[in-house]
Ligand binder design. Structure first.
Ligand SMILES: C[S@@+](CC[C@H](N)C(=O)[O-])C[C@H]1O[C@@H](n2cnc3c(N)ncnc32)[C@H](O)[C@@H]1O
Length: 200
């Protein structure tokens, strides 16, 4: 039996709880990031499937998620893409090298235990020239950096999974991706991050 995660307990109320942030910032970033992704796509940490309606019919999406309860919510999303749900760990991807045209994710690398390990796996399963497209909350810039550092310990103590102050764009670059785009919102606390695997 799969291990329970903190997100199993949050699955039914997740979308409602996220609504204020969705309206304030996330919906806009998601719409800038995901409709342009095509081909064979791996979405990591698909959660309740909030990005699935944004993909076009030209995408086949493996919707990977650790939490069975979150994945159960995602199964009910309507989308034009072909979706293959899969319960698995983003740090151990059960695919051959070069299997995907693109890997996507949102609000994932704040809670993956070992982002560098997961990104090494992402790099392995992407084809040469394949794209990584993320919408993440991260350590902010300036006052945003101060705020995310100050609130991180209490936030993490409360939920035991989500880091407020990870520098995900930097970790993506350190994992060997060429950064194509980093768009920041709300003092850099939210970012669209796009990278490319070399060799395309
Ligand atoms: C904050 S939620 C974001 C869900 C969704 N992507 C969104 O944008 O609303 C983080 C999700 O990542 C999943 N997750 C965390 N670590 C994971 C891992 N190692 N492998 C797969 N999924 C993971 C959690 O179960 C959870 O559903």
């Amino acid at each position: 039996m799969a291990e329970m995660t903190v997100f199993d307990g949050l699955a039914t109320g997740y979308d409602l709880g996220m609504l204020p942030l969705e309206l304030a910032v996330l919906r806009g970033l998601r719409r800038r990031a995901f409709p342009f992704v095509a081909g064979r796509v791996l979405e990591l940490g698909v959660g309740t499937g909030v990005n699935l309606p944004l993909y076009g019919s030209q995408a086949t999406v493996v919707a990977l998620e650790l939490s069975g309860s979150m994945l159960q919510q995602a199964r009910h999303r309507s989308t034009r893409a072909v979706v293959e749900p899969l319960q698995a760990d983003a740090q151990r991807l059960p695919f051959a090298g070069g299997s995907f045209d693109a890997v996507t994710g949102s609000l994932l690398f704040c809670s993956v235990a070992d982002p560098a390990r997961s990104l090494a796996e992402v790099r392995r399963v992407l084809r040469p020239g394949g794209r990584l497209v993320l919408v993440e909350h991260t350590r902010g810039d300036g006052v945003g950096g101060w705020l995310t550092d100050v609130f991180h310990p209490a936030w993490y103590a409360l939920n035991g999974a989500c880091h407020l102050n990870r520098q995900t764009a930097r970790v993506v670059q350190e994992a060997g991706f060429r950064l194509l785009q980093v768009e920041s919102r709300m003092m850099g606390i939210f970012r669209l991050i796009a990278g490319e695997k070399d060799g395309g």
